[in-house]
Design a binder for this molecule. Structure first.
Ligand code: IPE
Ligand code: IPE
Ligand code: MG
Length: 252
């Protein structure tokens, strides 16, 4: 395994935190209670990354499509985001966490946007863990925004169409300054990407669990990174190419 392509511990973990609603429904409680319980699991996940030395964590908190949920659920989620920012940001800052947000933040209320900006400014110099919250985020939107940004430069004569390649597009996408996620985790039992980081997950290792997000614990996270550590990432090459030292067991 080559050290720069497959580090033993993921450099960047991307997580779809799914299953809050079902967690509440199983307890015959309103879905909002599940979201509140889910906020606790966020701390479990952040603590785990800090402990393991995982350098970047991207959490899918709210998708572009989630705006279509019933108004009272969207309202409850917005209140929860606001409270979570008020409650957690100072402590995260103290622990060396840099916080930022990706997604269409203009869709959030003024007060929420102000808190997001404050969290980003306060923690901008931190290096221990890069925490990215994807909120009102859609992977397709991300790609479309990058394409529009390139097209604008072409229209203004700043860029030749021939100069547009995958690196040029990647440079305009969210998370351009971070390594692509090494590991993706989705809780809640569904095996899909749900418009999360479509571009950035091209060669990410995927791991799914039936656990509902509020039930997430250290054991589950450890299982995920143990499983990851045992995988061979080939990036389109052969096993012998990426792992030349391994004993070949091929027929004569
Ligand atoms: C994930 O949990 C949180 C958000 C999408 C905001 P869900 O609310 O999707 O929970 P389920 O999937 O309905 O159980
Ligand atoms: C994905 O979960 C979005 C977040 C966790 C924020 P969803 O619950 O919205 O995804 P689907 O509807 O099951 O695909
Ligand atoms: Mg869901």
């Amino acid at each position: 395994m080559s050290a720069d392509t497959t580090p033993a511990v993921p450099r960047h973990l991307a997580v779809i935190m799914d299953g809050n609603g079902r967690w509440a429904q199983r307890r015959k409680r309103p879905r909002a209670i599940g979201h509140r319980a889910g906020a606790r699991a966020v701390n479990v996940c952040i603590d785990f990354c800090l402990e393991k030395g995982i350098g970047a964590l991207t959490l899918f908190a709210f998708s572009s499509e989630n705006w279509g949920r019933p108004q009272d659920e969207v309202g409850a989620l917005m209140k929860l985001f606001l409270n979570a920012l008020d409650r957690e940001v100072d402590e995260l800052h103290r622990r060396g966490v840099r916080i930022r947000f990706i997604g269409q933040r203009e869709r959030f209320s003024e007060s929420l946007r102000a808190r997001m900006a404050h969290a980003e400014q306060l923690t901008a110099g931190n290096r221990r863990l890069q925490l990215v919250i994807a909120a009102s985020y859609g992977g397709r939107q991300d790609i479309a925004d990058a394409a529009r940004s390139l097209a604008t430069d072409v229209a203004n004569g700043k860029l030749q169409p021939e100069a547009i390649d995958e690196h040029a597009l990647a440079a305009r996408m969210s998370l351009a300054d971070l390594p692509a996620p090494d590991l993706f985790i989705r809780t809640g039992g569904d095996h899909r990407i749900s418009n999360f980081l479509l571009w950035q997950l091209a060669y990410t290792e995927l791991w799914f669990t039936e656990l509902l997000w509020p039930d997430l614990d250290v054991d589950a996270l450890q299982k995920a990174i143990d499983d990851y550590a045992g995988r061979e990432r080939r990036f389109g090459l052969t096993s012998a190419q990426v792992n030349p030292g391994a004993v070949e067991n091929s027929p004569a």
